[in-house]
Ligand binder design. Structure first.
Ligand SMILES: Nc1nc2c(ncn2[C@@H]2O[C@H](COP(=O)(O)OP(=O)(O)O)[C@@H](O)[C@H]2O)c(=O)[nH]1
Ligand SMILES: [Mg+2]
Length: 224
C-alpha cells in the first residue's frame, strides 16, 4: 500500500518532533504535517524532523485535513492527530483491512482498544457514545467511536466531496461513506494523554462547544 500520512497540527511544537521520531520507517511513503497557522514553530520542527510541511492559514481541523489531502499522493490516506495521543506504529493495523480489500474506511476505535486513564475527559467520552448511538439510529452505522486516527482509500475520499472545514470533518467522512454503501470497519487502537500542552478541543469550553455543535449539525444534515 502506498500510504500518505496526514497530520493536522495547530501549535504542537512540543509534540510533533517526538511523534515523528516514533513513526516506524517504511509505514508511510509520505508524511505530511499541515501547519494550521501555528505561532509556536510547529512547521519548522516538523520540517527538521523530515516531514513535508503544508501550510494552511485558514483555521479549522477540516481545512487542515483538506489541505493535506490536496498534497497527498498515496492511494491510502491516514489521518492522525499531531499531539502524540495516538501510537504511530498502529498505522500498520489501520491500513491492513484496506490492503486486504476488506474495507474502504478503517476507523481507529479507542473504545475497543486501550484508553489510558485520563486520556479522554468524561464529557468527550459521553459525547462520543451519544453520537455513535445516533449514527446507528440514523445511518445504521455500527461504530463505537468517532476517532480521528483513521485510514481511507484516496479514491473514496475524493468521491465524498467533503464540505466540512472544521470539527465536523471526521463525522462527515463516516456518514457519507455509510450513505454510499462503502465498507467501513473499526480497529482497536491505543489512546494516551497528549505528549505536551493542553487539548484545544476537549480541554477547552470553546473547543468542546464548537466541536459538539458541528458534529451534531453534520450528523443530522445527511440523514434522511
Ligand atoms: N488544523 C487544526 N488543528 C487543530 C485545531 N484544533 C485542534 N487541532 C489539532 O487537532 C488535533 C486534536 O486536537 P486536540 O487539541 O488534541 O483535541 P482533543 O480532541 O481534545 O484531544 C491536534 O493535532 C491539534 O493540533 C484547529 O483549529 N485546526
Ligand atoms: Mg488530543
Amino acid at each position: 500500500m502506498d500510504v500518505s500520512l496526514i497530520i493536522p497540527a495547530l501549535n504542537e511544537a512540543a509534540c510533533i518532533g517526538p511523534l515523528l521520531a516514533e513513526l516506524p520507517a517504511g509505514l508511510a511513503r509520505q508524511v505530511i504535517v499541515v501547519d494550521n497557522g501555528s505561532t509556536d514553530g510547529t512547521g519548522d520542527v516538523a520540517r527538521a524532523a523530515g516531514a513535508q510541511v503544508v501550510v494552511e492559514p485558514r483555521r479549522g481541523y477540516g481545512f487542515a485535513c483538506a489541505a493535506g489531502v490536496a498534497a497527498a499522493q498515496g492511494n491510502v490516506l491516514v489521518f492522525m492527530d499531531g499531539d502524540g495521543s495516538f501510537v504511530p506504529g498502529e498505522l500498520a493495523g489501520l491500513v491492513e483491512p484496506i490492503a486486504g480489500d476488506q474495507a474502504d474506511l478503517v476507523l481507529g476505535s479507542r473504545m475497543l482498544g486501550n484508553m489510558a486513564a485520563g486520556a479522554m475527559p468524561p464529557h468527550q467520552l459521553a459525547g462520543n457514545k451519544l453520537v455513535a448511538g445516533l449514527l446507528r439510529l440514523l445511518y445504521g452505522l455500527r461504530v463505537t467511536d468517532l476517532g480521528p486516527f483513521r485510514a481511507i482509500r484516496r479514491d473514496l475520499l475524493l468521491q465524498l466531496d467533503m464540505q466540512e472545514r472544521t470539527y465536523g470533518w471526521p463525522v462527515e467522512m463516516m456518514v457519507k461513506t455509510a450513505r454510499r454503501g462503502a465498507r467501513l470497519v473499526e480497529k482497536p487502537i491505543t489512546y494516551r494523554p497528549r505528549l505536551a500542552g493542553r487539548s484545544k478541543v476537549g480541554g477547552t469550553l470553546r473547543g468542546t462547544a464548537l466541536a459538539t455543535y458541528r458534529i451534531f449539525q453534520v450528523t443530522f444534515r445527511y440523514a434522511r
